[in-house]
Ligand binder design. Structure first.
Ligand code: ADP
Length: 466
């Protein structure tokens, strides 16, 4: 049985800032249940680990990790949770901070993490056949693993969850942080700087990304964020595998966060809408179409399109519920819209998992008009909760939402092609019409209830790669 070590910077239920956490928190569990491989996961031990989990940690080993000329403390702690071994890399200087990311020394923090992981493989009993690194935070681990081969014959997989975030450092960091022979500089260098994601792509035996469409897109100038050329070079080893979700967890039949459980019953779903309206102070009305947005508030999520047309759209009899945080530009826009239309718009700036699920359960439509979207999990969660997704046809959104066609009755959502606010507005208007057209509305919901976004298919593709 193949042994796989996942190297990642976040993982549910321990730490989450976005979809990466969902993937790392569900794919290993799924793979281990197949009994065809054993996946273990190694993560930083951030301050955010809840006490209930902390109590379950056992110390595995203590050593020092080289970061350039410095020796840094490393503690390795272990916990078995839902059939998966998790290792946590402890170093308070790097990880005992208020947020997961966003620090001037993020590059150093994750080079330290990567060095610590390689040292862990040398010293530990778990000798992986494959090191599977996720995103730039684990890219140095992939590169160093390929260079140093901590287990003879070990192979590497690197998964790009979002090519926008690459881990740039000054080129002097090569000497100051990496402890590698100068001959390897070229593998890390990009545009006169160090680029960790480039190093991951350069070194990995296989490169995957999280949807087939995104795998094609990132080889193009518009989506490649400067790394398209690197991906074209490695084309033969690049594969897009669409993300699944844990369908037991995101399940409105079992979700303890929502007031009324339901499977396909529309009346029960509407009870959730009324409960949410009560909770957030919108007029209680089961019949008004409710649209929601749950997102990191960054340009990627298509919020400029939303800003261009939402005020026009709210002139109709609709309700809009927004949950998210991020750039001031977007937060202040949504706050202002709520101030102007308190009877129709409710905005919460923040990150709240339980609340997000009550919104998915309550809403009739989920808006996600991304500029680009590697896979997107929010639309998959929306489908689980029978909130009809309204998405732009890009990346994983294109691969997971089939446009509904009123003539054929086929499709699972509403989609538009161009990054154009009026295309979004026309889809929002179409959604309102659809909501008032019982025949098509029910047919679309029926199609959605047949969708299966579990890991089954994609896990088989990962197994094939390993
Ligand atoms: P990304 O990883 O780019 O942020 P995804 O759609 O892949 O986007 O994943 C986002 C995940 O984070 C989903 O599980 C979504 O429900 C969740 N999420 C995003 N913003 C919030 C928020 N403000 N509060 C709670 N959950 C959120």
């Amino acid at each position: 049985m193949k042994k796989i070590l996942y190297v990642a910077s976040e993982c549910t239920p321990f730490f989450k800032s976005g979809g990466l956490a969902d993937v790392i928190g569900s794919l290993p569990q799924y793979l281990n249940k197949t009994k065809k491989c054993e996946v273990r996961v190694i993560l930083p031990l951030y301050k955010q680990l809840k006490e209930a989990f902390r109590e379950q940690l056992t110390e595995v080993m203590i050593y020092t990790t080289e970061v350039g000329w410095r020796q840094q403390y490393t503690g390795i702690y272990e916990m078995v949770y839902e059939g998966v071994h998790y290792y946590f890399v402890d170093n308070e200087y790097y990880f005992n901070r208020e947020s997961l990311y966003g620090y001037i020394d993020d590059g150093e923090r994750f080079i330290y993490f990567s060095n610590a992981v390689i040292e862990f493989i040398y010293r530990g009993d778990f000798k992986p056949d494959v090191l599977h690194g996720h995103d730039w935070q684990a890219a140095a681990a992939v590169a160093i693993c390929n260079i140093k081969k901590p287990v003879p014959g070990i192979r590497t997989v690197f998964t790009i969850h979002n090519i926008l975030y690459q881990g740039w450092l000054m080129h002097s960091a090569f000497e100051e942080l990496l402890n590698l022979d100068r001959i390897h500089f070229a593998g890390f260098e990009w545009g006169g700087m160090l680029n960790l994601m480039k190093a991951g792509i350069f070194h990995a035996d296989k490169i995957t990304t999280v949807s087939p469409t995104y795998a094609e897109e990132i080889k193009m100038d518009y989506y490649g964020e400067g790394l398209q050329w690197m991906l074209q070079q490695r084309n033969a080893d690049v594969l897009g595998i669409v993300n699944g979700i844990n369908v037991d967890d995101y399940n409105p039949m079992k979700d303890p966060n929502i007031p009324v459980s339901y499977k396909t019953s529309l009346p029960k779903k509407r009870e959730n809408k009324k409960a949410l309206q009560q909770e957030i102070g919108l007029p209680v009305d089961a019949d008004v179409p409710m649209f929601s947005i749950i997102t990191r508030m960054v340009e990627q999520k298509g919020l400029h399109l939303v800003m261009a047309i939402l005020e026009e759209f709210v002139q109709q009899h609709v309700q809009i519920v927004v949950l998210g945080n991020g750039l001031y530009e977007f937060e202040s826009y949504f706050n202002e819209l709520q101030r102007k239309y308190p009877e129709k718009v409710q905005v919460t700036i923040g990150f709240d998992e339980g609340f997000s699920r009550r919104i998915y359960a309550a809403s009739d439509f989920f808006i996600m008009p991304s500029l680009f979207e590697p896979c997107g999990l929010s639309q998959l969660i929306a489908l689980q909760y029978k909130a009809i997704p309204i998405v732009r046809e890009t990346g994983g959104l294109k691969d997971t939402v089939i446009p509904y066609n009123i003539y054929s009755g086929i499709g699972t959502g509403l989609t538009f092609a161009n990054y154009n606010a009026h295309e979004l507005l026309s889809k929002l208007n179409e959604a309102v019409r659809l909501y008032r057209d019982p025949e098509n509305y029910k047919l679309l919901l029926k199609n959605i209830s047949k969708v299966n976004n579990s890991w089954a298919k994609s896990a088989a593709q990962y197994l094939a790669i390993y």
